[in-house]
Design a protein around this ligand. Sequence first.
Ligand code: GLY
Length: 362
Amino acid sequence: MSAKKNIPQVNLVFTNHVALELDRAVELIAPSSVHVLVDVNTEAFVLPLLQAQSKAVASASVIRVKAGEMFKNLDSLTSIWRQLGDGEANRNSLLINLGGGVVTDMGSFAAATFKRGIRFINVPTTLLCAVDACVGGKTGINFNGLKNEIGMFRDADLAIISTLYFNTLTSQELLSGYAEMIKHALVSSMEQTSRILSYDVTSYNPDSLLALLEESVGVKQKYVVADHEDRGARRALNFGHTIGHAFESLALERKSPLAHGYAVAFGMVGALVLSRMKLGFPSEILQTYVDYVRHHYGAFEISCDDYKKLIGYMHHDKKNDRPGLVNFALLKSPGEVEINVPVTDDDITAALDIYRDMLGLP
Ligand code: GLY
């Protein structure tokens, strides 16, 4: 028996003519029924626009879930399955996930499991979702207090990526998504890094942002194609996330949540400091990045009293496999990534000291 290789679908369209693309895709798929999943935000701000422009969406049944990470759970999932059933969806039906990462992660999982799998199209409405969540086949829900604890890999039949709906996003939401674009640039090349760090995402220009977004998602796709199930090369996309997730957890404990992209932006400062210490990452590029972060994102405040807790969170990362060491994805230079670099608690302590110095924290 030959081993079955999981080959991801690479079905992405970058366009600001979303309704046109959507109707074209629905005509090709020719589903028996169309269902569109929204949360309260996309129902209010995006659905009416698409209903006015797209024949497929105008006649689709609307499935609603509550908005926000805290509703990415089994109750919402059950509700989607129930609404699909009530709307008489069958194996030839199509689900359109219209929203941010919570909607696309959960809607994709619902579609992948309903009647053993129906087709689905992701239409991301946030920059964070467009650049990351809607591409790469990771689907799922939070469970038992753990993020993305239950889920599976299943690619969308199509992701229609546009910048059309970002005009309703705050500067903070744009910057949050942009941190993942900076990450893609850093793991890709010096040229892309320079382009990204000289662009002002908060000025919101839909056309120039769409071009940058296409280049950025292209970087992710390369890793997804190489390692769909995240067992090796794809871990490069974890750059900045080991410290970033620890910051996110600390912020949650302080009852003052930190937006994911902000946590990644600050986490990448720590990861670049470690990259400098362990792999000789160029200091001038580190300084350019830190200046960018200080200017646009500010700083996540930590003191040495937080180190023990932060290092504890880092040890819980599921990518660790050596006792006493934390595995990091680090950079030798922009575009030269090393995954599974073992780092000691002393290294992390030194990096957090430098993080505070560089960001001007007491
Ligand atoms: N967000 C990183 C990945 O999809 O692998």
